[in-house]
Design a protein around this ligand. Structure first.
Ligand code: GPU
Length: 836
């Protein structure tokens, strides 16, 4: 099959479509025509935005045929379809990744070059669709890429928020939030499908009608129109184009305007449409916490109901009885946010299909699977029963029935054990426990890294696991090497391909071949050059955006992620302060120059996290302007961290900071992206860090700090005494005191909250406890860095062993273990794929 790099082939004979090739000449012509037809003007006279839009539109034209063919093929073969429901999809920019996956990157680059344009510039015109907060949303996006690239019939169901995650600006060191108006200039990737809109019902009441058979009549409800927008999800050079369906809330205005007798009531109609559209207006900007707001519950039901109705409508068009449903459809619930899929499917099967409870329940459980992403108690969603009943009266009754059914089955195993049953119940103390609902209603429950799954099984969900051990399993997260190496670090991708050939892009486990080259001087030399080039690019950005000059020969040490107490940005800060103090005491101190890079957003109401941002910026001001330390250290906080910024920072980083309090970070995925780009991790034994250590071996990662077991043992014993640690470590005492003693000019009592949490509130996240060990780990790191050949060997080992952290691996595991998609129902068998 003619997949020749550089010729722009996006054909897919293996998927049964015609092979088609776009030459540079063809591309140029198509593009000129496109611009002229869209804007009625010549290429020379339109803006960059117009050029970008025209390019997207052209790419859309090119992928129309394989998109249609993929849909037809799924219909024809009747293969089982997977729907991944997620309240967040953090896609990042799509132009680059779509061109790359279509195999059109080089053609497009060359064609635009010949037209006097630059693809990179146009790629930067694109707004980041920020339809997610962080790890959970980005994971969903990586999975979409892998499903399509593996040729799996897997689709996304999500929300088309009018405003994405807020834009962060730093004003005087503080975070300020601005609306993310990402749709302002239009979004040309998706297709609005008004004909496929469905109605979602809220409020009202349920009347029970009994004539032989009980019927539930939902009345007096309010209807919201759910309109789908389909985004193509392009597989890597395999002709597969899956669909991400994003739902938007709209009002049926015509009905309102016409309703009142004696003239229209436009004012009311407008108000009404605003309240309806509020539903899909904003993404809740919280990470790993939830706010019990009615609007959020409505959003969750809106997504679930719209998504399920459209799946069932489509199923009915192509299949027979709903009894076969679990053989044809798998529904995956990404954390508890879409867990109402369970009662909603039951509602359809019971009320609309008139199935018996047993039948409906079995179909539901066989169809549904659930991933848990955190053990943080504040993230485990529960809803007040009253609110739930008011907003979703019919669903409430169904959840009550599920609760009764589940509790009865618990009773059979644990007769008389009321305590246990009330702890495990779905409804207890007037609250509805969404995780319990998920466990009861799914055939599979998985954690996202081995340690995390162990903690679920042995602690957080122990009683559920004792009751139904077969449901519980682990699926360690992964990230797509296409976006996170090929696209964001093309120089590294080229070096890898030059060294071991191109197969690693589709078979990332082949990266292991790099191991042999790790000690090779020529390879090391190239690796160093690639890193330097990426550092230069980042330094250029930092200079332009923040006016700070970075030393590209310094160690780039990055901690980029949401700001959260458990992720311990504060530990990083205290260590930098201590380093700074040492330099002040001894300006001749022989240390490697360091650049400490931070980025991340804090939830809008998370005050201490917002103050951590101010703390980092205060430290940056102090350090960067102190001539006496002769630029040995620099600190930068990069504003508005998002997917695109990550694509710039990660390839330029030497040291990856993964330092959460052990047991708290379910997996982490940034750790994997850094590793693939040859950064060395300094980290705690938490989440996937543990598996990274297993993969690279202990010489190629620097670990420190308490283990999860130790942390949990301290909690059982009522915590630890931070004062002892503080009194016993001079350097640590100094930096902790500096939080409040005027060290930061003009800060006054700003950082008193941090100080108090460390000393007076028991240092819940063991920052002081882990400090000495963290400092020691940093010294080891510096030693290794000084010995450049050793360091470069460590970097290569990280790249070489990153294959198992590809989301392709994760997804193949989900497909076989959870969704039971057999290889023979795949569009092409594993062996065929090998021989392509
Ligand atoms: N995570 Br719950 C989020 O990003 N947001 C959430 O609301 C919840 C979890 C993260 C975990 O914190 C992180 O450890 C994990 O790697 C990621 O989900 C994907 O599983």
């Amino acid at each position: 099959i003619g997949v020749k790099p550089g010729t722009g082939v996006f054909g897919a004979a293996q998927a049964g479509t015609a092979d088609s090739e776009i030459t540079v000449e063809q591309f140029k012509q198509d593009y000129r025509n496109k611009v002229e037809r869209m804007y009625g003007d010549g290429l020379e006279r339109v803006s960059d935005l117009d050029k970008y839009n025209a390019l997207v539109s052209l790419v859309r034209d090119y992928l129309a045929e394989p998109w249609l063919n993929t849909k037809e093929k799924y219909r024809r073969t009747g293969s089982k379809q997977v729907y991944y429901f997620s309240i967040e999809f953090l896609l990042g920019r799509l132009l680059g990744s779509n061109l790359y996956n279509l195999g059109l990157n080089e053609v497009c680059q060359q064609a635009l070059g010949e037209l006097g344009m630059d693809l990179r510039t146009l790629r930067q015109v694109e707004e980041d669709p920020g339809l997610g907060n962080g790890g959970l949303g980005r994971l969903a996006a990586c999975y979409l890429d892998s499903m399509a690239s593996l040729g799996l019939p897997g689709h996304g169901m999500g929300m088309r928020y009018r405003y994405g995650l807020f834009e962060q600006r730093i004003v005087d060191g503080y975070q300020r939030e601005y609306a993310d108006d990402w749709l302002m200039d239009g979004f040309y990737w998706d297709v609005r499908k008004p004909a496929e809109a469905v109605e979602v019902r809220f409020g009202g009441n349920v009347r029970i009608k009994s004539n032989g058979k009980t019927q539930y009549i939902h009345e007096g409800y309010e209807t919201v129109l759910a309109v789908p927008y389909d985004v193509p999800v392009v597989g890597y050079r395999n002709g597969t184009i899956n669909t991400l369906r994003l739902w938007s809330a709209e009002a049926r205005l015509s009905e309102v305007v016409c309703a009142p007798q004696g003239g229209s009531d436009c004012q009311k109609a407008v108000e009404y449409s605003q309240t309806v559209e509020e539903l899909s207006n904003i993404l809740y900007p919280d990470d790993s916490t939830y706010e019990g707001k009615a609007l959020r519950l409505k959003q969750q039901y809106f997504l679930v109901s719209a998504g399920l109705q459209s799946i069932i409508r489509n199923y009915r068009e192509n299949n027979g009885h709903l009894r076969e449903f679990p053989h044809k459809i798998a529904i995956h619930i990404n954390d508890t946010h879409p867990v109402l899929c369970i009662p909603e499917l039951l509602r359809i099967l019971l009320d609309e299909e008139q199935l018996t409870w047993e039948e409906a329940w079995n179909i539901t459980v066989q169809t549904m699977s659930y991933t848990n992403h955190t053990i943080l108690p504040e993230a485990l969603e529960t809803w007040p029963e009253d609110l739930f009943r008011t907003v979703l009266p019919r669903i409430y009754l169904i959840v009550r029935d599920i609760n009764e059914y589940y509790c009865r089955s618990l009773w059979e195993t644990y007769p008389g054990d009321w305590d246990r049953i009330s702890r495990m119940a779905i409804i207890s103390y007037n609250r509805i426990h969404m995780a319990h609902l998920a466990i009861a209603g799914c055939h599979s429950v998985n954690g996202v890294a081995e340690l995390h799954t162990d903690i679920l099984k042995n602690k957080i969900m122990k009683e559920f696991c004792d009751f139904s051990p077969a449901k519980f399993n682990n699926k360690t997260n992964g990230v797509t090497q296409r976006r996170w190496v090929s696209l964001c670090n093309p120089a590294l991708a080229q070096l890898i391909t030059d060294t071991i050939g191109p197969r690693w892009v589709e078979h990332p486990q082949e990266l292991a071949q790099l191991e042999r080259h790790g000690a090779d001087t020529a390879f090391q030399h190239h690796l160093l050059r690639v890193k330097l080039q990426n550092k230069v690019a980042l330094a250029k950005y930092v200079k332009e955006k923040h006016g700070i000059t970075l030393d590209v020969n310094s160690i780039f040490d990055s901690q980029i992620k949401r700001i959260h107490a458990y992720k311990r940005q504060t530990l990083n800060v205290l260590h930098i302060m201590a380093l700074y103090n040492r330099l002040k005491e001894n300006p001749l101190l022989d240390i490697e120059p360091h650049t400490f890079i931070f980025g991340g957003k804090a939830a809008v109401n998370y005050h201490i996290a917002k103050n951590t941002i101010k703390l980092i910026n205060s430290l940056a001001d102090l350090v960067n302007n102190d001539k006496s330390i002769r630029d040995k250290i620099k600190v930068v906080f990069l504003e508005n961290y998002n997917v695109s910024l990550a694509e710039l920072i990660i390839p330029a980083t030497d040291v990856s900071e993964q330092i959460p309090t052990a047991s708290y970070e379910a997996s982490g995925t940034g750790n994997m992206k850094f590793m693939m780009n040859g950064a060395v991790t300094i980290g705690t034994l938490d989440g996937a860090n543990i598996e990274i250590k297993q993969a690279v071996g202990e010489d190629n990662i620097i670990v420190f700090g308490l283990t999860a077991e130790e942390v949990l043992a301290y909690y059982r014993g009522g915590g630890y005494n931070p004062w002892e640690v503080y009194q016993g470590n001079e350097r640590l005492k100094q930096v902790v005191d500096q939080l409040i003693n005027g060290f930061f000019p003009g800060a006054g009592d700003l950082f008193r909250g941090h100080f108090d949490s460390l000393l007076y509130q028991g240092d819940h996240f063991f920052v002081l406890k882990d400090f000495a060990s963290y400092e020691a780990a940093h010294r080891v790191l510096d030693e290794r860095y000084k010995d450049r050949p050793t360091w470069l060997k460590m970097c290569s080992a990280n790249i070489a062993h990153s294959g198992r952290f590809s989301s392709d691996r994760t997804f193949a595991e989900y497909a076989t273990d959870i969704w039971h998609i057999r290889p023979d129902t795949l569009p092409f068998s594993a062996s065929e794929k090998q021989t392509r």
